[in-house]
Design a protein around this ligand. Structure first.
Ligand code: ADP
Ligand code: MG
Length: 263
């Protein structure tokens, strides 16, 4: 089979919300402007170790910006971002180290076009972490197997389907050994028949206990894997709840309005 649909033997289901670990990502009073546009308004958000949080909300509400601030692809104007107990530095070597702890998967797969699939996964660990090539190759091979593209390792990205490329992008992020994975609309550029093969890999990761922040409108994923849904609108966190509660009984008018458009 080409697709990972089941977590491996011994994998536990996601812990119940009450059994989650200590805070891993903590945003406190985060504000961000683009010129006159106030894109993030006093955001407080804590993601616990092992927790899967889905962020949902209209286009332009600040979801991507929020993800990008968490690994300092965007600066913030005020507030603080703490990852695993350490404040995210503005720049320098500590920033590079902390960034390696935050894996990110984008809508566009962003693979290196002129490198093989295997090299796409080994380059980061070799260059940024000084890993030996043999070790990086062994780990990459294992990760590519895990996301169901082990037999594609020698190919160039363009020879793979979109769903396969996105799974390689997930393997590449995992190769850096992140503590948390951020996904920004990872399936919205995919043909419909490829969406599930990527979501299945993400569900597997979630069941294996990875801490994840996922921007997606895939409610099936939220229901299968998320502990919590966070609804954003116009730069604010408007409400949050477990998926069942959020999708069946949203409290705010804004969430009801949004859900009526996507359901
Ligand atoms: P979402 O991901 O929820 O669609 P974004 O975080 O991408 O929202 O964008 C939030 C707002 O910030 C939008 O109005 C967008 O046009 C604006 N924006 C995003 N990136 C930039 C940028 N680099 N410069 C100026 N405005 C931006
Ligand atoms: Mg976005």
């Amino acid at each position: 089979a080409d697709v990972v649909t089941e977590p491996g033997p011994g994998a536990e289901p996601a812990p119940a919300p009450g059994q989650l670990g200590p805070p891993l990502v903590e945003l406190r009073g985060v504000d961000k402007h683009f010129g006159a546009l106030h894109v993030l308004k006093d955001i407080d958000l804590t993601v616990s170790r092992g927790e899967v949080v889905v962020i949902i909300g209209p286009s332009g509400s600040g979801k991507s910006t929020l993800c990008r601030t968490i690994n300092r692809l965007e600066t913030i104007d005020s507030g603080s971002i703490v990852i695993d107990g350490r404040e995210l530095p503005e720049e320098g070597r500590d920033l590079a180290r902390l960034r390696a702890e935050v894996g990110m998967v984008f809508q566009s797969f962003n693979l290196f076009a002129h490198r093989t699939v295997l090299e796409n996964v080994t380059l980061g660990p070799i260059k940024a972490k000084g890993m030996k090539k043999a070790e990086a190759t062994a780990r990459a091979t294992e990760l590519l197997e895990r996301v169901g593209v082990g037999n594609q390792a020698a190919k160039l990205p363009a020879q793979l389907s979109g769903g396969q490329q996105q799974r390689v992008a997930i393997a590449r992020a995992l190769a850096m050994g992140p503590k948390v994975m951020l996904f920004d609309e990872p399936t919205s550029a995919l043909d419909p028949e490829m969406i599930n093969e990527v979501l299945d890999v993400m569900v597997g990761l979630a069941r294996d206990g990875m801490t994840m922040l996922v921007v997606t409108h895939e409610m099936g994923f939220a229901r299968r894997a998320a502990h919590r849904v966070v609804f954003m609108d116009a730069g604010e966190i408007v409400e949050q709840a477990d998926p069942e509660t959020f999708f069946t009984a949203p409290r705010s008018e804004r969430a009801r309005d949004f859900l009526s458009k996507i359901l």
